[in-house]
Write a protein that binds this ligand. Sequence first.
Ligand SMILES: [Zn+2]
Length: 75
Amino acid sequence: MTATTVQQERTFLTHANRCDTCGAQAFIRALFVNGELMFCGHHGRLMTIPLQQQAILVEDGTDLINTPSTNANSD
Ligand SMILES: [Zn+2]
């Protein structure tokens, strides 16, 4: 299976959603049949190929990192 990478809605991009590996703010969400995983930009990039091979959907919000006028950096 190949995941579709989307850059639309990205409602997961809040301070409350943290990387499942290191606890930093999540910018990438991977949806699986039985749940989801979230990653910061660093760990998301490390996992890009496995995620795209195994996830149903990969949402990538890394383009919003260091963009102060977006939802990603405001509460
Ligand atoms: Zn991380």
